[in-house]
Design a protein around this ligand. Sequence first.
Ligand SMILES: Nc1nc2c([nH]c(=O)n2[C@H]2C[C@H](O)[C@@H](COP(=O)(O)OP(=O)(O)OP(=O)(O)O)O2)c(=O)[nH]1
Length: 130
Amino acid sequence: MKKYVKVVGAVIEKDEKILCAQRNGEKSLPNMWEFPGGKIEDGELPEAALKRELMEEMDCEINVLDKIVTTVYEYDFATIELTTYYAEMVSDSIVLREHQDMKWLSRDELDSVEWAPADIEAIEKIKNGI
Ligand SMILES: Nc1nc2c([nH]c(=O)n2[C@H]2C[C@H](O)[C@@H](COP(=O)(O)OP(=O)(O)OP(=O)(O)O)O2)c(=O)[nH]1
């Protein structure tokens, strides 16, 4: 059976723009865009996992706000359960430690990059202001 992996993603909004991060070319889903975050460890609360991942990946402290949606998506390499949360930055800067690029996009611009398929449901909700 395929691996079932629980993942959290942060939808960080600042000045009406949303932080979008581009995956590394050597990883699964190469060059695709996603929300920063990652796998929940055993016994970890989703919100704590999100704060930890943002520190590890972007050297960025966040406050986790409302949950957006949980989507289960079956890739060929794993089944991913992605839960997205709105979040706000506490730190005022970002250091890209794992992603190859980042962009701040308005809701209207979100379709201008190629999102990981598991993210599409969240993108639709965000575009509709949910
Ligand atoms: N962080 C994050 N991961 C996502 C999103 N959408 C999506 O399909 N994923 C997938 C990519 C990865 O397979 C997995 C998250 O794993 P990870 O971030 O901890 O680890 P990773 O990039 O090294 O992934 P992997 O190469 O081990 O598969 O979830 C998203 O919006 N944010």
